[in-house]
Design a protein around this ligand. Sequence first.
Ligand SMILES: NC(=O)c1ccc[n+]([C@@H]2O[C@H](COP(=O)([O-])OP(=O)(O)OC[C@H]3O[C@@H](n4cnc5c(N)ncnc54)[C@H](OP(=O)(O)O)[C@@H]3O)[C@@H](O)[C@H]2O)c1
Length: 263
Amino acid sequence: MAAPIALIQGASRGLGFEFCRHILKNKSLATVVATCRNPDGAAKLRSLAGQHPGRLTVLRLDVNHEEDIRGAAERVKESFGRLDLVVNSSAMLHPSGKGETSLRDVSAQGIISTLTTNTVGPLVMAKYFSPLLLKGSGGFGQQPAEKAKQHSGIIVNITAKVGSIGDNGLGGWYSYRMSKAALNMATRNLSIELGRSRPKVVCVSLHPGTVNTELSRPYHQNVPKDKLFSTEHSVNCLMSIVDTLNIEKTGKAYSWDGTELPW
Ligand SMILES: NC(=O)c1ccc[n+]([C@@H]2O[C@H](COP(=O)([O-])OP(=O)(O)OC[C@H]3O[C@@H](n4cnc5c(N)ncnc54)[C@H](OP(=O)(O)O)[C@@H]3O)[C@@H](O)[C@H]2O)c1
């Protein structure tokens, strides 16, 4: 089988960067395409590329700009002709850096910006990158023996437990919750459309737990120490889930521990 190729979108820092590091360390032959808004400022990615010569390509992509997404897909097509895994990791909590605590804090612009980045971006990514995933070699996840059930690629949308409507007992965080609930709907829709094709693409939403990154920093003091994960721990857990994905697991949301998250 050809060496697997993964594209990590939102790779400059946090979980996205850790996905790149994890795949390069653990999948010895894998190639990684890392996308971020400002490759010139992504010192950690440049250093990682130096540690893995020829295995990490960094491309500029602002997920709010459809032209960037189309352009990056063209570059990947020219260089590799296929993909096995796309992880949409980029997101924002809210332009203010804090979730709304009540309706008083809600603004149309705040909601629009959050949904554009967290929901519209990953869906437009699927539009331009699914043709390459359909040409993938199925190098991530598990392949059942039956040919009709095999997949050529995987889309992972990084969601959040707070995007679960069934689990919402606290309220607040209108923009972020709405953006992730809508992202989960996109995952489900994608799983239906890309599960009808031959070959098929597996599409899931994955919740990383509460992780020690910039995004959740304003809330770290409220999280018990053993519940605040390192990016290494969270990505280890999420990649263990990816390793077991197959077409029967498509169209669902899973938490870091592998349990299914209610919509
Ligand atoms: N941390 C948690 O506790 C937690 C919990 C549940 C879910 N999540 C989810 O996990 C994922 C990763 O978050 P994180 O914790 O790693 O956050 P993070 O450290 O704040 O990183 C966010 C990433 O998103 C990128 N980004 C933001 N807007 C972008 C845009 N328009 N185009 C391209 N990239 C953009 C940032 O790039 P720049 O460097 O250019 O700003 C950065 O690489 C997100 O989907 C988040 O919702 C996180």
